[in-house]
Design a protein around this ligand. Structure first.
Ligand code: 9MR
Length: 345
């Protein structure tokens, strides 16, 4: 049974943090199109939205001649209607791209030439930027470019064909085109585990530093922050935000959730009161850290990757068939201890 109504007595999360940063959430297709409890929670507690899936290229760039914004427009109109800040996720990624983009032939056997892929992605970036410029303020230009193995740009071994076909300067080109298409937009490089894996953080740090030295128009680093109740230490999160802030870049937390599991855990654990309390303390200490980073002018947005636990992508990942409870509201839409811990004095 869902709560038929949301808890009206709760303070609005985004109002609570309005002097520090905007508080966003990912909207799934389900939440967007169903006027249920999760949509009500989205509207009350978050002043910024990002589409969890429907603005990814595979859903828009249907074929060489078809860039179809029908679904994306429903998302944009919904956000605009409720006056929410809008993020665009994502222009370029190695996943959820249309497969045809990398190939010359319909059978997807022969890789596209550099010229072919460049022309296709440039056309796409310009089309998206033009179409969305009155709605969207912040774009993930390139998502997850850093390899988990080498901490340099992903290669074919890391399931990415971008560098193989376009060469090592492809990320710079994407930012340059996005900027050309809309000079006012905030342009973000977004990745996971930057705050938790020191080597990957160094890799990202050196990469963006080089981009800045070459005057590539990058505005911000997005820390996805799919973290756990145990790791990484809050000091390390703060250090990470400060590092990028001191480079002169803005930092956005783009996809936060706090799993009750360590990545390598396989067994389902009991969701006890103690565990929920531990998660609440973790959220609390991290939001305190976010406030300090916002005060310095480094952190501008904190976006969570969902609202209610039962709809989180972490159910089934990384262990199929196992649930998780990484968000602020339970499966019935009731505020968890984590919600209270970040909204109490
Ligand atoms: O939450 C998204 C899930 O519904 C999709 O199946 C998945 C496909 O790759 O993408 C998820 O969102 C990802 C985001 O786009 C990029 N960072 C990691 C997110 C969680 O996998």
């Amino acid at each position: 049974m869902f709560f038929s109504k949301i808890q009206k007595s709760l303070v609005s999360l985004c109002d609570y943090y309005k002097d520090y940063f905007s508080v966003g959430t990912a909207l799934s297709r389900w939440t967007l199109f169903n006027k249920g409890i999760e949509q009500k929670l989205a509207l009350k507690h978050f002043n910024e939205f990002v589409a969890e899936n429907l603005t990814k290229p595979m859903f828009i760039y249907k074929d060489e001649n078809t860039i179809d914004f029908t679904e994306a427009d429903k998302y944009l109109k919904f956000c605009k209607k409720y006056n929410k800040k809008i993020r665009w996720h994502t222009l370029v990624w190695h996943a959820q791209m249309p497969k045809w983009i990398y190939y010359q032939d319909k059978e997807c056997k022969e890789l596209a030439t550099k010229e072919m892929l460049e022309a296709r992605i440039k056309k796409y970036i310009f089309a998206v930027m033009e179409h969305t410029k009155d709605y969207v303020s912040s774009y993930d230009v390139v998502n997850e470019p850093i390899s988990d193995k080498t901490y340099k740009l992903r290669t074919e071994e890391d399931h990415s064909l971008w560098q193989k076909i376009l060469g090592p300067d492809y990320v710079e080109k994407m930012f340059t085109w996005a900027h050309e298409a809309n000079p006012n937009a905030e342009l973000v490089i977004n990745d996971y585990n930057i705050e938790s894996t020191i080597g990957k953080r160094e890799g990202m740090y050196n990469f963006v530093k080089e981009m800045l030295a070459k005057n590539v128009p990058i505005s911000a680093v997005g820390l996805q922050m799919h973290i756990s109740v145990n790791d990484p230490p809050v000091e390390q999160i703060e250090e990470t935000i400060n590092m990028f802030g001191e480079l002169g870049l803005k930092v956005l937390v783009t996809e936060m959730d706090v799993s009750v599991y360590n990545f390598e855990d396989k067994e389902r654990i009991e969701y006890t009161t103690e565990l929920l309390e531990k998660q609440a303390q973790r959220y609390k200490e991290i939001f305190e850290c976010f406030k300090r980073c916002a005060k310095k002018g480094y952190l501008t947005d904190v976006v969570l990757w969902g609202i209610m636990d039962n709809r989180s992508w972490k159910n089934d990942f990384p262990v199929p068939g196992r649930t998780d409870i990484p968000l602020l509201f339970d499966g019935k839409g009731k505020a968890k201890p984590s919600f209270y811990s970040i909204t109490e004095e």
